[in-house]
Design a protein around this ligand. Structure first.
Ligand code: FAD
Length: 319
């Protein structure tokens, strides 16, 4: 029996070290070894940090059918891994891809799943899993006491912490048989990943519907550029076509954790805040002093963002 973190891809996603930290603490509290199952090119990144995070077993799955990380092949490979390795707790760093895979794996295995978790307490023979619910408004504790449990971890509120002493992870190659798996969905136009990721940005300037139109949103881009940051926005402006979904911050968009999040013309709906409330400092520009965003913001400017943004651009360029 083990606690296992599941990871796939060609590079290590942000949040992996944080998920490993929670996984290690859970394993220690349950007196179980921590394993890390990895699929794809990420195996070499994983091997480089596994010892620092107290991983005892690095389980590597390779198969030609996993080359594109299609969900059907991934779920089948992980299900076969679980049948062989018999982990007690299966953790996922809850990336957008993991949101798809973790519940499907639990469904295939017929075991409980809790998503949006950020704390796990080992209690008796089970786990008390604290998670956000209803778009981040509510915090709930799930009791998971099945022999196998699947948990999606939101890592934005977890600090990465290396183990007190390095481990010596043993590498195992895990054989799976995916001969009968055919992906039911074919990706015909892969998402373009250009430049740095919003999730990794230290400064994000974000705009919402309060800006009025796409032309005014250009001010957000100019300020982000002047400050050396990235630009993002709310779902409503994605729906309006001002920006692409790759720039959407929130529950159904990117989960970010910048040092500075500047929100202009954004109301602060819980679904939006789920993607930025872990920012160190939130600055809001909203002309409604009762807007929800002011519950989260450290600094606020109650004013018309279309008037304030050009002033901030000037200041940023001057400094
Ligand atoms: C299941 C689900 C998932 C969702 N996921 C997401 C998500 O991932 N991300 C997300 O963002 N939303 C998400 N939403 C939508 C979310 O509930 C809100 O509708 C959305 O975030 C609101 O966007 P907004 O703040 O840009 O617009 P609005 O709610 O229209 O707010 C505009 C704000 O701008 C202010 N304002 C108006 N004019 C000005 C001005 N000139 N200057 C300054 N301020 C001004 C207003 O006072 C207001 O507060 C989701 C909703 C659901 C149901």
């Amino acid at each position: 029996m083990t606690v296992v973190l599941c990871t796939w891809g060609n590079i290590l996603e942000g949040g992996s070290q944080e998920a490993l930290t929670l996984a290690r603490k859970t394993a220690a509290a349950a007196n179980l070894p921590l394993h890390w199952v990895v699929i794809g090119g990420v195996a070499s990144d994983a091997a480089a940090i596994a010892a620092d995070y107290g991983v005892q077993g690095l389980d590597v799955i390779s198969d030609a059918k996993l080359a594109d990380f299609g969900p059907d092949a991934l779920v089948e490979a992980l299900a076969q891994y679980v049948a062989q390795a018999r982990p007690q707790t299966i953790l996922f760093n809850q990336t957008s891809a993991a949101r798809l895979i973790a519940p499907r794996l639990a469904g295939k295995l017929g075991v409980p799943v809790a998503m949006n978790a950020y704390a796990i307490e080992v209690s008796g023979a089970g786990l008390n899993v604290t998670a956000t619910a209803f778009g981040g408004d509510t915090h709930v504790v799930y009791r998971l006491a099945a022999p196998v449990n699947v948990i999606g971890v939101i890592t934005t509120s977890i600090a990465a912490e290396a183990a007190a002493s390095a481990s010596s992870p043993a590498r195992r190659d895990i054989a799976v048989n995916l001969a009968s798996i055919d992906e039911r969905f074919k990706v015909t136009v892969p998402a373009k990943v250009e430049g740095p990721r919003l999730e990794d940005a230290q400064i994000i300037v974000s705009g919402g519907r309060g800006l009025g139109n796409a032309q005014n949103y250009e001010l957000v881009k100019q300020l982000a550029d002047a400050m050396g940051g990235m630009w993002g926005g709310s779902r409503l402006i994605v729906d309006e076509g001002w920006i692409t979904s790759a720039r959407q911050v929130g529950l159904t968009g990117k989960i970010t954790r910048p040092g500075l999040y500047l929100a202009a013309g954004i109301s602060g709906a819980s679904q939006h805040m789920a993607g930025c409330s872990a920012a160190k400092t939130i600055v809001a520009i909203n002309k409604d002093q009762d807007a929800s965003i002011y519950r989260y913001a450290r600094y606020g400017i109650v004013a018309d963002a279309v008037e304030v943004l050009p002033e901030l651009i000037k200041l940023a360029k001057a400094s």
